[in-house]
Design a binder for this molecule. Structure first.
Ligand SMILES: [Zn+2]
Length: 111
């Protein structure tokens, strides 16, 4: 079977080949997994099996992994719950200050 020479000069053929190579490369990268099935937690040194989260991190080039327990602690520490509590405390302090100063001003003006 002989391929006609027009095929080599047609840019659409080369674009098709390039698209195919990009798709294959993405497929290969998307299915890569670490060679070791387990890892040592970078915080507590516990040995644990790789999971989807650590495999995703590995694919992004990360070399430090954390076990589920340490990851949950980190997630909880990251939540801005303490900010909400402290701002609620600020608002109640402002309301108390406003009410207290109004009461003092009212008492002074009345006398
Ligand atoms: Zn850990």
């Amino acid at each position: 079977m002989r391929i006609p020479s027009e095929v080599y000069t047609d840019y659409r053929v080369w674009i098709g080949i390039a698209v195919l190579l990009v798709i294959l490369t993405l497929k290969i990268i998307g299915t890569r997994t670490p060679q070791e099935k387990t890892f040592t937690c970078s915080k507590c040194r516990k040995r644990e099996d790789h999971n989807q989260r650590t495999i995703r991190a590995w694919r992004k080039g990360k070399h430090q992994f954390f076990c589920k327990g340490c990851h949950q602690v980190w997630i909880r520490a990251k939540e801005p719950r303490h900010l909400i509590d402290s701002s609620a405390g600020c608002v109640s302090l402002l309301v108390f200050g406003f009410v207290a100063s109004s009461a003092i001003i009212y008492t002074v003006l009345k006398s």
